[in-house]
Write a protein that binds this ligand. Structure first.
Ligand SMILES: *Cc1c(COP(=O)(O)O)cnc(C)c1O
Length: 388
């Protein structure tokens, strides 16, 4: 059996070797603590679960949903964007449900890219920014996020010829894996750039609700002109502890969303209506208090991890958003994979090597804060003992 050429071009999952090592250690009875994956450990808030329970017992939710989604769901998204981001959306043309941000990012690639096209992708970045274009037969072109520039890409450094062939640009703030918030003026520069080269900007907004120290993350669409050049994908996965539910929306440029919808009608059959009804509960102001308490939880864990890292000499800057701490690999290791393998071997703690998020991630590692406090504390103690 042979995979398609498109599939073969996607590099083997970088975590695969690490996963085999973890499995072997666990089989040998070692208590491995994983700080690798970003998947909230806390349950979905009860308000949302109850809305789902009620919705799922209604037979009207059991049938094929439309790809455009329920009017009340789109209305809830409009209200949320107005209330939270001060962004006005037309629920008829500027809001489309998605079966998770991952689906939307991949399908947008398929909807807009032909063979030979380029897609500009943040590096380090979520792997679908490269996997999507590859599967669409196009070429991802990496834009390194510069730590000295607050993890902004240097748009001026993008070759003119490359920019002309680029159809899409994938960006993500607050950022996974770096935890960076959008640098001042970046969204404005992106709008200008996208206009000049006729590029569709795809802003992945998966972390706007998880912010600290008084920071409130903006929507890309709040930038003047953004709606003419871009769409934003807002996921409920991380902010509402709903990764398993598969609930997101694509919002923004109506023409782009129409094309995305056309593709989706050929590929999937929409977002389960009961999940849309649960999404309405999630986006209502009644859930704000739950989200605020999650922010407090991650803030406490962030400080715990940053303090422990500093105590062992790792120069880390506490992130102002997301569920990740991004830190430089200590000296004396050949790279991020070597360091993470060393930590797994000697401390039985799993970290994500920065290199798996792209070449610009080399020299860094990521800690996910989605582990219960006691285990996180234990992991941090082990790192300390390892350095001593
Ligand atoms: C987790 C994550 C996603 C996936 O979101 P889903 O809605 O669960 O598919 C997308 N983008 C980034 C940057 C993420 O970290």
């Amino acid at each position: 059996m042979k995979a398609s050429g498109r599939l073969q071009r996607i590099p083997p999952y970088a975590f695969a070797r690490l996963e085999r090592q973890i499995a072997a250690k666990r089989a040998a009875g070692v208590d491995v603590i994983s700080l690798g994956i970003g998947d909230p450990d806390r349950p979905t808030p009860p308000l949302i679960v109850e809305a789902m329970q009620e919705a799922v017992s209604e037979p009207e939710t059991h049938r094929y949903p439309s790809n455009r989604g329920r009017a009340d769901f789109r209305g809830a998204v409009r209200d949320f964007y107005e209330r939270r981001f001060d962004v006005s959306l037309d629920p008829e043309r500027e809001i489309m449900p998605a079966i998770g941000a991952k689906e939307a990012i991949f399908n947008v690639s398929l909807a807009f890219l032909d063979g030979g096209d380029f897609a500009l992708a943040a590096d380090p970045g979520y792997p679908v920014y490269t996997g999507g274009p590859w599967l669409a037969g196009a070429e991802p072109v990496l834009m390194a996020l510069e730590p000295e520039q607050g993890f902004a890409p240097d748009l001026a450094a993008i070759d003119d010829e490359v920019a002309r062939r680029a159809k899409l640009m994938f960006l993500n703030y607050p950022n996974n894996p770096t935890g960076a918030i959008v640098p001042e003026g970046l969204f404005e520069r992106v709008v200008e750039f996208a206009r000049a080269y006729e590029i569709l900007v795809v802003h992945d907004n998966s972390y706007s609700e998880i912010t600290f120290d008084g920071y409130r993350a903006p929507s890309f669409l709040a930038t003047p002109g953004a709606k003419e050049v871009g769409i934003e994908i807002f996921s409920l996965s991380k902010g509402y502890n709903m990764t398993g539910w598969r609930c997101a929306v694509a919002v923004g440029n109506a023409e782009a969303l129409e094309i995305y919808w056309r593709l989706k009608t050929n590929i999937d059959s929409g977002l389960f209506e009961a999940v849309q009804l649960a999404g309405i509960a999630a986006l209502s102001p009644e859930t704000d208090a739950e989200v605020a308490s999650m922010r407090e939880l991650y803030l406490r864990r962030r400080d715990l991890v940053c303090e422990a890292l500093r105590a062992i000499g790792v120069q880390v800057r506490p992130p102002r958003a997301t569920i990740y701490v991004w830190a430089p690999v200590p000296e004396g290791f050949s790279g991020s994979e070597a360091y993470c393998a060393h930590v797994l071997e000697h401390a039985a703690v799993v970290l994500s090597p920065g290199a798996i998020y792209g070449p610009a991630g080399e020299g860094w590692f990521r800690i996910s804060l989605t582990t219960p406090d006691a285990r996180l504390l234990e992991a941090v103690h082990r790192l300390g003992a390892l350095a001593a």
